[in-house]
Write a new protein. Structure first.
Length: 213
């Protein structure tokens, strides 16, 4: 059993989507538990990619093709996971803040979060504080991830924190911030919960928040 799970992980890391689909189906046909295939095949492969990305051993293109391979495998698994009652490890709402239309960093974080087994609600770009709040409430999310690439839109992150505070939701939702101009001191100054310098670290922090809930 371990051999096929290791193969799934390896082919995922190499971005071989058709092979990943084939092996996931084979593992199911052999009677391997869907949750085991997800955790020890697909997610373990994305974990390795995440670590390599953090250490500058792989770069954005490799992460993108690995994520595509993971999604191909998850597509095969999803009906089995639902019928087996496998639950998500948590829910995160993600978006680029109002006034900012950049999404490459956001999309990377989304892939890394999904690679940790979290459900991600992607609001896209130009997202207002109210939209972040409404999505968090509707989806019972533990985390809101705000991205910005422009110094001129960074302060929208403070608006998001303030909006959640006004609505009395600040204690139940963790707000994470990131993007090229964002720093730890900026995160502290606006009262956000977490800043990370890269997508893989963001996913690690998000999973810890969800596990602590």
């Amino acid at each position: 059993m371990m051999a096929i799970l290791e193969e799934i992980s390896t082919f995922l890391q190499n971005g071989r989507a058709p092979k990943v689909k084939e092996l996931v189906q084979q593992a199911l046909d052999e009677g391997i538990d869907p949750a085991t295939i997800l955790n020890e095949g697909l997610l373990s492969g994305m974990d390795i990619i995440g670590e390599k990305f953090k250490n500058n051993e792989v770069f954005v293109p490799e992460v993108l093709i690995a994520a595509r391979a993971m999604n191909a495998g998850v597509g095969i698994l999803k009906p089995y996971l639902v019928s087996a009652g496998v639950e998500s490890k948590g829910t995160a709402v993600i978006g680029t803040v109002k006034g900012d239309l950049h999404d490459i960093g956001k999309n990377l974080v989304k892939m890394m979060l999904e690679g940790k087994g979290l459900t991600v609600v992607d609001l896209g770009v130009d997202v207002s504080a109210e939209q972040f709040y409404n999505a968090a409430v509707e989806n019972n999310a533990q985390i809101v991830c705000c991205s910005a690439l422009l110094t001129t839109t960074m302060n929208e992150m403070k608006n998001v924190v303030d909006y959640f505070t006004e609505k009395g939701k600040r204690d139940s939702v963790k707000i994470m911030v990131g993007g090229a101009p964002v720093t730890q001191s900026f995160c502290d100054s606006i009262g956000a919960d977490c800043y990370t310098a890269d997508a893989a670290s963001a996913a690690d922090a998000a999973l810890k928040f969800c596990q602590a809930c």
